[in-house]
Design a protein around this ligand. Sequence first.
Ligand code: NAD
Length: 475
Amino acid sequence: MADIALKPECPVGDGMSTVCNPYTGDVVGSVNTVDASAIDSIVARARKGRRSAQAMSRASRAAVLEGAARLLEQRAEFFALLIVNEAGKTITQARKETARAVNTLVLSAAEARRNSGEVVPFDAFPGSENRTGWFTREPLGIIAAITPFNDPLNLVAHKLGPAIAGGNSVILKPSELTPLSAFHLVEMLIEAGLPEEVVTVVNGNAELGAAIVTAREVRMVSFTGGFATGEAIARSAGLKKLAMDLGGNAAVVVMEDADLGTAVESCVSGAFWAAGQNCIGTQRILIAREVYEDFRDAFVARTKQLRVGDPTDERTEVGPMITAAAARTARAKVDTAIANGATLLCGNQPDGSLYAPTVLEGVPADCSIWQEEAFAPVVCLQPFDSFDDALQHANEVDFSLHAGIFTGSLDRALSAAQLLEASGVMINDSSDYRLDAMPFGGFKHGSMGREGVRFAYEEMTQPKVVCINQKDGVR
Ligand code: NAD
């Protein structure tokens, strides 16, 4: 992959670190790495960027975002290969992520033009009849964007797009495992006309991340990543706005009246997409006892057909995990569940960073693989005897993002939409569905704020009221 052995330059940095392909182990690029001691120069650059961003008209912010979207579309295959090489996604999944990132930038441009504020109906209230006015949406200032490894392009676009649309400057720290897509996205925004100081992208470890989130001038931390990191950030950030997009542990309910063929196909994809490294991946499937055996047998048969291996091969359906250590961790959690009484139906064979899609049944509810996010290609099947039972099992965990239900009954679907504790309930779909324009975020422990371009834009801007006291008002 010589054509992707790139050396993105960081504006502040003191040494190069390499990025490795999770499947081959080959070096795919190197990035200038920054130490936490560089925080003052990082913030100084972002301060300059704040002034430049605030000087940009809505038209110029939108033009930059649209220009970057066009460039990304033209270079889609380059970016897809970059995602395969640094994150190990299959080429098919990487192409989908790239197409979504184009859409995220286009949506951000539209938001820059559209969401400028509202008229306030002052005269609707007695005593304010002579007043008229509006509120505008103003930038917060400097936003820290901290991103994870698993969607190294689109999750970065979900932070940069709305932040730039809102007139902010950004300090971006992508995952040190997958920084290349982020650096190239920033380069493309600059090529599209963004003043280069508006985004300060830095590569580094947790200490660097901690220095960024604690910097006093940072007005908001927009974080996507794991619970432990989110909690560490919340403890140290101080007085600033926090957006916490954390993990999930999605349940999908399969009722006795579901179309089982659709449910099996959709749940296999939901469980094993991106090798299970997906915050809305399906982790627990609750199945009506009447159809349990039929569903289980079809699900396991389909899982065994999945082609696991080389992510550059167009036919591969499940690529590697991010590291061999991640595959070993998944195996240890599954072994613990088996030791506690769960039955292994297939999988649980690590081979370097590959980990065979794994299906368990009868997992005790106190096992970590049931209670916590697995973030691995592992799914637990469980029969239930009543709809109430299904809801109770679905909701008995602390962590939640999306959930799903398969049923032919509208009544059941609507009850599930009401009663499943999730921020998105997918009806006749697995939990793994997201549109980049819809509100997206966690529902339970630790989650704060919403992404989805319009919603992130609103989180990243603040209203400012202008009110005119019209002395000679007509009323
Ligand atoms: P992680 O929490 O290990 O790392 C995320 C980022 O935080 C990285 O850039 C890392 O360097 C940085 N970081 C680590 N310690 C820090 C600290 N003390 N202060 C500041 N920054 C710090 O997450 P990961 O393993 O890269 O990603 C997987 C997790 O992300 C999963 O839990 C997954 O569910 C979650 N995720 C959530 C969403 C969502 O939208 N809700 C989307 C994708 C992934």
